[in-house]
Design a protein around this ligand. Structure first.
Ligand SMILES: Cc1cc2nc3c(=O)[nH]c(=O)nc-3n(C[C@H](O)[C@H](O)[C@H](O)COP(=O)(O)OP(=O)(O)OC[C@H]3O[C@@H](n4cnc5c(N)ncnc54)[C@H](O)[C@@H]3O)c2cc1C
Length: 506
């Protein structure tokens, strides 16, 4: 039984492995010359740039995603790094009670609590409340995410019975999902801490997300793999091939051919067709629905997503990558520098801070004595970059050069040591992510989570009106990311295997 999988990102390769294990004959069609999708990296001269992850949820034991990754990949091949600090950053215009202007966001909850209590003893009650929320999440991590399948009422009730224990978690999520870190900060008295809480993330953040992310870091279940995203994807691809899968890279799919309520083949961009019994698309959701299926199979709610507002699409990035001929071993791995005056991007976004990642903990990315760096800029102006590249390529290159120069000028003010040591620069834009992966507006993680983190999107893994076509990947759950790519892939493989074989083997 043949399954045609559109897209060789993490979701596509994961489905392929699961289905190969269950006796299916799969072929992944990947438009780009290499697999991996957004989870990638590339070489420039002596340097390898990490194009994606800083943390992989499930790298460590204690969370369901660890079990899922181990089903498709030998995690013991990787060495994961767990940083002591998530980030340190300037709190502009304020000093803490020891006269320092830098805030340290520690990953270990006890250490962070101790640090905060020393910083703001007058806020002891709120600090303990905050850390206790993170500890509360930690108690439930082992059974998250819950898995729901279409397996019939009684079987489903029996399998999910233990999840009753998670009910208080729903109330917890509901209560906190209304609060952002900006609002939470107002409950604190200490001005330095109050300001610091607003700066914990690049943007305003819902508190449950903050609690979960802190909890993952505290429990050491979300680490960075030495060798970066590139090695991770290469090993996932190797696992797929070892399981007997067929990867056709450099071959784009144009459309899904249907007949009498079923898909019968994939039509490829080179004009050929490939017959399939099942089709799974992990490519951009809007492309899959409105282009590959011609907008013929969708619900009314889904049809409203054809031209979604840019705010509903998870931000994209401009990232300035640097290859530096310095070792920089004693520098922190992630710093947010407050700028004296904002940098204006060519796309109109204004930035008040520089987000600087230093990969001095990954010796595989640069020769001895050298290091790679990345300066991140989130943007929702993907359309600007994508259209500029398409309509006026030389202007696009010119704007990239101008932005690179503006960033380097500010960066060298903050890190004077870099002066004269930057050997390579490479700026990615939303047009890069769009060109290599087809994600709408160059989105890095699919849809933006809505105000209510519990509210479901109208996107579904099933396609209304077609019985053998499914969707998976980061567009299936708001907030996306690698765990969602994996989980949605596993779910689809489960459905297909149960339907054809009556069981799912991992
Ligand atoms: C800078 C950055 C940092 C990130 N950091 C993290 C992190 O630390 N942790 C984390 O969990 N997540 C992170 N993410 C998000 C994560 O990388 C993505 O959510 C995840 O890789 C999505 O995987 P996917 O397989 O669903 O989709 P994609 O990676 O988008 O894969 C889809 C694939 O489909 C292919 N395709 C598209 N159209 C066609 C077609 N017509 N025919 C054939 N193939 C096609 C594309 O080329 C692509 O390879 C980050 C993303 C970015 C950009």
């Amino acid at each position: 039984m043949k399954v045609g999988i559109i897209g060789g990102g993490v979701a596509g390769l994961s489905i392929g492995i699961y289905l190969q294990k269950n006796g299916f004959d799969t072929e992944v069609f990947e438009r780009h010359s290499v697999a991996g999708g957004l989870c990638t990296g590339w070489r420039r001269g002596d340097y390898t740039f990490n194009g994606c992850m800083h943390w992989l949820l499930g790298s460590g034991e204690g969370v369901s995603f660890h079990t899922f990754w181990k089903e498709i990949l030998d995690l013991s091949q990787f060495h994961f790094v767990y940083h002591e600090e998530r980030v340190r950053f300037d709190v502009p215009g304020l000093l803490d009670r020891h006269g320092r202007s830098v805030f340290f966001f520690y990953n270990d909850i006890n250490r962070f609590e101790e640090y905060l209590l020393d910083l703001a003893p007058e806020d002891g009650k709120m600090i303990r409340l905050w850390m206790n929320q993170v500890r509360y999440v930690g108690k439930h991590l082992h059974c998250l995410p819950p898995t729901f399948y279409d397996e019939g009422f009684f079987a489903s009730v029996r399998r999910n019975a233990p999840l009753v224990k998670l009910l208080p978690m729903l109330f917890f999520m509901h209560k906190w999902s209304k609060v952002t870190n900006y609002q939470f900060s107002e409950r604190f008295k200490n001005p330095f801490l109050r300001k610091a809480i607003t700066l914990l993330y690049e943007k305003e953040m819902r508190m449950p997300i903050l609690f979960f992310v802190q909890c993952y870091a505290d429990k050491r279940v979300a680490g960075y793999p030495i060798g970066s995203s590139l090695l991770f994807s290469q090993r996932l691809e190797a696992s797929y091939l070892q399981h007997g899968g067929k990867l056709s890279s450099g071959i784009g799919v144009d459309s899904i051919e249907t007949k009498d309520g079923s898909a019968v083949a994939l039509r490829l961009e080179d004009g050929t067709r490939s017959c399939c019994d099942y089709v799974v698309s992990t490519a951009d959701w809007r492309w899959s629905v409105f282009h590959a299926l011609g907008g013929r199979y969708l619900t009314k709610a889904q049809s409203l997503l054809e031209n979604p507002p840019k705010e509903s699409i998870f931000y994209s990035f401009c990232i300035l990558y640097l290859g530096v001929d310095l070792e920089m071993k004693d520098f922190p791995h992630f710093v947010r520098y407050a700028l004296d005056r904002p940098i204006l991007s060519p796309d109109g976004t204004s930035y008040e801070r520089l987000e600087v990642h230093l990969y001095n903990y990954d010796p595989t990315l640069a020769p001895a004595g050298k290091v790679t760096m990345a300066v991140d800029f989130q943007t929702r102006e993907g359309e600007f970059w994508i259209c500029l590249r398409k309509n006026d390529y030389s202007q696009y290159l010119q704007k990239k050069r101008e932005f690179t120069q503006a960033v380097l000028a500010e960066l060298e003010k903050k890190m004077a040591v870099l002066s004269g040591h930057i050997e390579v620069t490479d700026l990615t834009t939303p047009a890069s992510y769009y060109r290599y992966t087809g994600n709408t507006l160059g989105s890095s993680q699919g849809w933006t989570p809505q105000d209510n983190v519990l509210r479901r999107l109208p996107v579904t893994r099933n396609v209304p009106g077609l019985d053998n076509v499914f969707f998976a990947g980061h567009w299936l759950e708001a907030g996306g990311g690698l765990p969602i790519a994996l989980k949605t892939a596993r779910d689809v493989a489960w459905v297909i295997s149960k339907k054809e074989n009556g069981k799912f083997v991992v």
